[in-house]
Design a protein around this ligand. Structure first.
Ligand SMILES: Cc1cc2nc3c(=O)[nH]c(=O)nc-3n(C[C@H](O)[C@H](O)[C@H](O)COP(=O)(O)O)c2cc1C
Length: 220
């Protein structure tokens, strides 16, 4: 197995990670005909087999969402399943972390963790692509996702030819690093109207969690 992709979203095939993977592979397939298997950590059976698949692959890409400034539990479980074994230093491991907040600064702490993890596994770290502002792409019209999708397609094209992330695209995807002061002021004003909570309140209601939204499970 040359390249293997893991999707670490708990949303499984209906995830933003899956949509971005689709675009990446669209570009990848244009230059590399060898099929790329995609494994979903949200699927229990695939998660159980993941450590062995990781061991066999020459290059591993893991795409997942930022969860509470870190990673979903299934991704952590996967990392624990691959830890403590010895791997070829030629095995390459890279990441794509995408998040809801637009600024890439949110994912930087996790990026440091991922780099250290790969070094401790004794593999070659390929870098981490960070993209913020991804929540909502499922409900956006094609005109709003075209730019983002074409960047992921181009990332895939380059990856197929060079077995690495294209640095200019990867740098561009990190923008904005931080929101400007003006934007922050506008956002704070908007948040007073409740509009900024509209989407997430809808999600909470849909999943029966709205009444519990201020719960603090770890406080007495
Ligand atoms: C439990 C949970 C925690 C999240 N934590 C963060 C976070 O800390 N920072 C952020 O920018 N986005 C956060 N998000 C938003 C997701 O990263 C974002 O919606 C992502 O695009 C979801 O990707 P997926 O559909 O592939 O799972 C969180 C979402 C959930 C459901």
């Amino acid at each position: 197995m040359k390249l293997v992709l893991f999707n670490g979203s708990p949303r499984y095939k209906k995830s933003n990670s899956a949509l971005l993977t689709e675009q990446f592979l669209k570009g990848y397939d244009r230059f590399c005909t060898e099929p790329v298997p995609v494994y979903y950590l949200a699927n229990y059976k695939q998660r159980e087999a993941a450590a062995e698949i990781f061991e066999q692959a020459e290059t591993v890409l893991l795409i997942f969402p930022l969860y509470t400034d870190c990673m979903p539990g299934i991704v952590k479980e996967f990392f624990e399943s691959v830890a403590g074994k010895s791997y070829s230093p030629a095995k390459k491991v890279g990441f794509i972390v995408q998040s809801g907040f637009p600024e890439s600064i949110h994912s930087e702490g996790l990026e440091r963790y991922l780099k250290k993890l790969v070094q401790r596994l004794g593999c070659a770290y390929m870098g981490t692509v960070i993209k913020g502002g991804v929540e909502g792409i499922q409900s956006m019209p094609p005109s709003m996702t075209r730019k983002l999708y074409s960047k992921f397609e181009a990332l895939g094209e380059y990856f197929a030819q060079n077995n690495s992330f294209e640095p200019i695209i990867a740098t561009g995807l990190r923008k904005p690093y931080r929101l400007s002061r003006t934007y922050a002021v506008i956002f704070n004003l908007l948040s007073k109207t409740g509009i900024t909570n509209f989407y997430w309140n809808g999600q909470l209601k849909k999943n029966g969690g709205f009444e519990k939204r201020f719960a603090k499970p770890y406080l007495g």
